[in-house]
Design a protein. Structure first.
Length: 524
């Protein structure tokens, strides 16, 4: 049953109340005081009431204590065991979580495991990430405490490695087969095809994988996939007691991704390496992880962060976490949808986040996308920009040489104009002009997107624009902080949901530390 944590008055046996004053002063000067004063009271326990039964039963452990403790865990890089020890033996942790009047902290090792499992289950059931909602709500509060106006944001993404072991193709197929065989062995050894019984023999994996030469890999894959086919048939014959297992579903997925199209798996023909999708299974231990090459190989996920900032302070106001094949343009679109600015804001982005269509969509919500560069094909160096044509009232009114068109219109998003041939024939700008010559007329046609893109390229070349976009530079260092300080590439969990929840708590710790920095708190 959900019960909200009430803050009791300090009791006579409160450990802080009975400290000597000099120890109290040390405690008040530590990080624990601003945490219990500025962060702890802002944790919204009601948000998590959906995780508990509404029937009369034993009340839950205090949610604000759990959330606060999990933020401190990331802030100080602790394990669950170390966190519990700190709460029991370190007065600063007790004080930060307002537990100094408790005879025994209402926390055990299982408290955090059970709470996270409830969060995972609710996320899987509803698609709602309660941790993300809470961390972003706290981010708004911290931004307000830091007096950040929220008129500027910067956006960036970075790869997050899964804790899975990188597997070669041979290792992947072997591992999926072996895990399925292990399951059959526990269920009924008679179900294992005779050709696959050798997997259970000691040393079989080493003999099969690690003594395979590169020249033998192709034939080895074919042999292993034949085993996969035999195992699949055995599973289908056994019925739902096998086909409903995660091991069978993984086997079926692996065969579909590693072999050429054959819905019934009647014929097993391995795909060429280049034909295998980046979305394919990378390791059965983490089925959500995907493959992507960006500067280096990565198997895992990608994090997207949106940071609100001013001259002195910054806070990650929102974030997302996806399989690493999720593109920056999709993140850009998602961010635009999510943001509900009360006033116009500037969004400083990398070129991969920008398209003309996204910029228009953003402007409708009062968000101006400001890219540092543009991706895609650059304009021809020997041709003038389309901005050389003057446009007024949504039509072309003259060319670069000042010639007025004899006919002009705008059809949907395309500008069109016709010019007299005689006027173009002796023009000194003829060689670099965008005019198309035909037998009877000279004309020009270009889209609004092309015109605005050329206009933006010209603006990007100015000193003022370069100075403006320099405001995004600071976010480039954030991935390094998450890797060095928060060990984001070594999270001890697998799967998208679990990884995102752990990442969210790291974001919360990152933002709390930003507040501590402003308050000049030492020791974190």
């Amino acid at each position: 049953m959900f019960a909200k944590n009430e803050y009791p008055q300090m009791k006579m046996y409160d450990s802080v109340q009975n400290m000597p004053k000099y120890l109290q002063d040390i405690l008040y000067d530590s990080w624990a005081h601003p945490f219990q004063k500025e962060i702890f009271p802002e944790i919204n326990e009601e948000r998590f009431s959906v995780l508990y039964s509404d029937k009369p039963s034993r009340p839950n452990s205090p949610v604000n204590v759990i959330i606060g403790a999990l933020i401190l865990k990331e802030l100080f890089g602790l394990t669950d065991e170390q966190l519990v020890g700190s709460i029991y033996f370190d007065t600063r942790f007790e004080y930060a979580l307002r537990l100094t009047s408790e005879k025994t902290p209402p926390i055990s090792l299982n408290t955090f495991t059970n709470f996270r499992n409830r969060v995972y289950a609710y996320y899987n059931e509803t698609g709602i990430d309660l941790i993300q909602n809470e961390m972003e709500a706290l981010a708004d509060i911290i931004a307000e405490k830091l007096e950040i106006e929220g008129k500027r944001i910067r956006i960036d993404s970075f790869m997050v490695s899964s804790s899975l072991r990188n597997l070669s193709r041979v290792q992947l197929v072997y591992t999926v087969n072996y895990q399925f065989i292990k399951m059959l062995n526990k269920l009924d050894k008679e179900l294992i095809p005779e050709s696959c019984l050798a997997y259970l023999e000691p040393g079989h994996e080493k003999e099969t994988i690690y003594k395979t030469r590169d020249s033998e890999a192709e034939s080895k894959i074919e042999t292993l996939l034949k085993h996969s086919k035999a195992l699949y048939d055995a599973g289908v014959s056994a019925g739902s007691k096998v086909t409903e297992t995660e091991e069978f579903k993984t086997l079926k997925r692996m065969i579909a991704e590693q072999t050429k199209d054959d819905d019934d798996f009647n014929v097993i023909t391995p795909k060429d390496n280049k034909e295998i999708s980046a979305k394919s299974l990378q390791n059965p231990s983490d089925p959500d992880a995907t493959y992507r090459f960006k500067y280096d190989d990565n198997q895992g996920y990608v994090a997207n962060i949106v940071e609100t900032f001013d001259k002195e302070n910054s806070v990650i106001k929102s974030y997302d976490f996806k399989p690493n094949i999720y593109s920056d343009q999709k993140f850009s679109s998602d961010t635009i949808e999510k943001l509900e600015p009360k006033n116009p804001i500037q969004a400083f982005v990398d070129g991969t986040y920008y398209t003309y269509e996204l910029a228009k969509k953003a402007l409708e919500k009062g968000i101006k996308l400001i890219p540092g560069e543009l991706s895609g094909k650059k304009p021809a160096a020997d041709k003038m920009s389309f901005t050389s044509f003057r446009i007024e009232n949504d039509i072309i009114v003259s060319c670069a040489a000042g010639k007025i068109p004899i006919y002009t219109e705008k059809n949907k998003d395309t500008y069109y104009a016709v010019f007299e041939k005689d006027g173009c024939s002796c023009c000194e700008l003829k060689e670099e002009c965008r005019i198309d010559e035909s037998q009877n007329i000279n004309s020009v046609s270009f889209t609004e997107k092309r015109y605005e893109t050329d206009r933006l390229r010209e603006e990007m070349g100015t000193k003022e624009y370069k100075k403006l976009t320099n405001q995004r530079n600071a976010i480039e260092g954030v991935p390094s902080v998450f890797r060095r300080k928060y060990n984001v590439d070594y999270m001890p969990v697998r799967g998208l949901v679990r990884s995102k929840v752990w990442f969210g708590l790291k974001v919360g710790a990152y933002n709390v530390k930003k507040l501590f920095k402003r308050l000049q708190v030492a020791g974190v």
